[in-house]
Every structure is written in structure tokens, then in C-alpha cells.
Design a protein around this ligand. Structure first.
Ligand code: P6P
Length: 339
């Protein structure tokens, strides 16, 4: 007699839109504007990934002159990514101000709209110099609420807020798959793009960074110009005092290097260097979103001395030294290497 076989139990398919609507319930009074806002980001990243995936092809096409076969002017991918994000976010009435790595000044959208209560800061295509060699790149973003009493006449005030005021942040890593990782302050969740239907499907619910990892990630070409305490710290990781000798992994794309750190644990560092004595990574749209996610996942992020999310930004494109990763590695850094 054939055994009665249980039907295959498969996990429910949850799209990022469904997930956002669930999360949305945590924001009392939010009338769906927040999920509408986030859908502007997810839509833009789907358009960006479609271009990133065929970058090599478009380069070949582009070599036949400034205009490719579709008659489009050959655009640099980071310019394209920026324009797509600005376009998609400008159609969200709830957004008043945008700040992008690609724009010197903040961008005002919906001048005077009463509903404009949010600012979005983003790096449209972080690590874009890696595209030519087919290495993962990423988009990073943070969402901030308009500070009380601040009008659209003072757009900088909308974005020059400490990362602790972040209400949502995330990144998309365009790697072997396209993965959206985001948090609204209720844990970190990852969604893999299913290209056949163009939907981000929940694939990494409630991501937690391991308490300790086995990799450190830093550009060792500059090690001679790091402050001595950073050099000593890296030597500690190599020597095995934390229980094992660390291996080194460095992709040169912050989103990809952090994504590995989130999944595997360890530490990613961009210390002060001779070329960038104040650090290379931007506070608002690189360090802050990553620091928000790191803390939500149980990790830590500092600028070498203080919590990144406590830093009061002075300017939109301000740079900071950056050390982010697992509790064990960051506790050791703070014990032995922070000022
Ligand atoms: P370096 C990419 O250009 C970027 O902004 C980050 O994504 C990355 O972590 C860093 O710069 C790499 O810089 O100096 O190691 O090439």
C-alpha cells in the first residue's frame, strides 16, 4: 500500500511589498505612504540591475560610437542609476528632499507638498569602478523623517541628521544574484530578485551577524599609512589572539564586503589613510545605512572612536573612517585600538 505522503511543506512566498506592508503596521498613522516610498527604491533597483547585468554588452555596443544600437546616448552606469533613483523617488509625494552621492546639493522634490515628510539619501551605484571587471556593486540608501519645524527652504537640515534618526535603510548588492537587504528598525531581512517575475522574494528572514567571524576586510595596500593602532589591531587578528588566525577578504566594493561580513561575521575597515586622512567612505549614504543594518543584525559600527550612528553630520558628502562587524572583533578593537 502506498504510504500517505505529506504534501511538500514549502515556505510561503513573501514579496518585499508584502513584507513592507507588514512592517508598515509598526508605524502608527503611516497611511501606506512609507511602503509607497520604499517601492520607489525597489522599482529603481530593478531598473538598475537590468543595466548592470548587461554592462559589458552595452560597453561593446557603445564602442560603435557615442550612440548604441537603441539610439541611446551611451551613459555611464552610475549616472544612469542616479537618474533612475531620482526619477522613481520624485514620483513619491511623501518625499521632500533627496541627497545623492552624484549630486553636490540636495534635490528638492514636491516643492511645498504638505505630505512631504521624508528625505532619502543614497549612493546610486557604490563601487561602480568594479563594473568593468564584473565585480559586485551596490546601491545604498537611508530614509529620514523631516525634522520638526523644518521647511523645504532648509533642505540640508532634512538630511544632516545623525544616523540614529534613520527610520529605514538598506542596500541592494548586484552580485551572482540581486539581493535587497533592508531594515525598518525591526531586524534585517533579505530578498532575492526573481528575474522571471521581477519580484524581490524573502530569502533571508531576520538576518543576524555571527558574534565572531574568521575574515578581516581592509585594503592592505595602504597599511603603512594607517594610524599605528589600526596596524596593531590587524596584527592581533592575524596572530590568533582572538581564538584563531584570521584570513583576509577584500572585494573593494563596500556593499559586497559588508554583505559577506553580515553573513559570515568578521570585520570590515576603511581606516584613515594618507590619501583620505578623514576616511574615504561617506557618512550619510555609505556608513550610516550600513551601520544601521549592522546594529539591527547584532553587530557594531564605529568611526574608530565613536558609534557611527551618533555622529552629527556637518556636510552632505562628509567622509568618516569606518570599522564595522561582529561584536567580538569590534569589542577587541574598542579595547585595544580606539583612541
Ligand atoms: P579602495 C568604492 O569606490 C568605494 O567607495 C567602496 O565601495 C569601497 O569599499 C572603497 O571605495 C574601496 O576603496 O581605496 O580600497 O579602492
Amino acid at each position: 500500500m502506498s504510504e500517505q505522503t505529506e504534501p511538500l511543506k514549502t515556505a510561503p512566498i513573501i514579496t518585499v511589498q508584502q513584507h513592507i506592508l507588514q512592517e508598515q503596521k509598526r508605524f502608527p498613522g503611516a497611511s501606506g505612504e512609507f511602503s509607497w516610498l520604499l517601492s520607489g527604491i525597489t522599482m529603481a533597483t530593478k531598473m538598475i540591475q537590468a543595466k548592470v547585468r548587461r554592462a559589458g554588452l552595452s560597453d561593446i555596443l557603445g564602442e560603435q560610437g557615442a550612440v548604441n544600437v537603441q539610439g541611446e546616448v551611451q551613459q555611464k552606469l552610475d549616472v544612469y542609476s542616479n537618474e533612475v533613483l531620482v526619477h522613481c523617488l520624485s514620483t513619491r509625494e511623501s518625499i521632500g528632499v533627496l541627497a545623492s552621492e552624484e549630486n553636490e546639493e540636495p534635490i528638492l522634490v514636491h516643492q511645498g507638498s504638505e505630505n512631504a515628510n521624508y528625505a532619502v539619501v543614497f549612493d546610486p551605484l557604490d563601487g561602480s569602478s568594479n563594473i568593468d571587471v564584473n565585480v559586485s556593486v551596490g546601491t545604498t540608501f537611508s530614509i529620514l523623517r523631516r525634522p520638526p519645524g523644518v521647511s523645504l527652504d532648509e533642505p540640508e537640515k532634512w538630511v544632516l541628521q545623525p544616523g540614529s534618526k534613520t527610520i529605514a535603510a538598506g542596500y541592494v548588492v548586484y552580485g551572482s544574484s540581486t539581493l535587497l537587504v533592508y531594515s525598518v528598525g525591526n531586524g534585517v531581512h533579505g530578498f532575492t530578485l526573481e528575474p522571471s517575475v521581477g519580484a524581490y522574494i524573502l530569502s533571508h528572514p531576520n538576518m543576524k551577524m555571527p558574534q565572531q567571524g574568521k575574515y578581516y576586510s581592509v585594503n592592505e595596500a595602504y597599511i603603512d599609512t594607517f594610524p599605528p593602532r589600526y596596524r596593531e589591531y590587524i596584527e592581533r587578528l592575524r596572530s590568533g589572539v582572538l581564538g584563531h588566525k584570521y584570513a583576509s577578504r577584500y572585494i573593494g566594493s563596500m556593499v559586497a564586503d559588508f554583505h559577506r561580513t553580515l553573513l559570515k561575521g568578521g570585520v570590515f575597515l576603511y581606516p584613515p589613510t594618507e590619501a583620505n586622512p578623514g576616511g574615504k567612505l561617506r557618512l550619510l549614504y555609505e556608513a550610516n545605512p550600513i551601520a544601521f543594518l549592522a546594529e539591527q543584525a547584532g553587530g557594531t559600527a564605529i568611526d574608530g572612536t565613536q558609534r557611527v550612528l551618533d555622529i552629527q553630520p556637518e556636510s552632505i558628502h562628509q567622509r568618516v573612517p569606518f570599522v564595522v562587524g561582529s561584536r567580538v572583533e569590534l569589542a577587541d578593537f574598542e579595547r585595544f585600538a580606539s583612541k
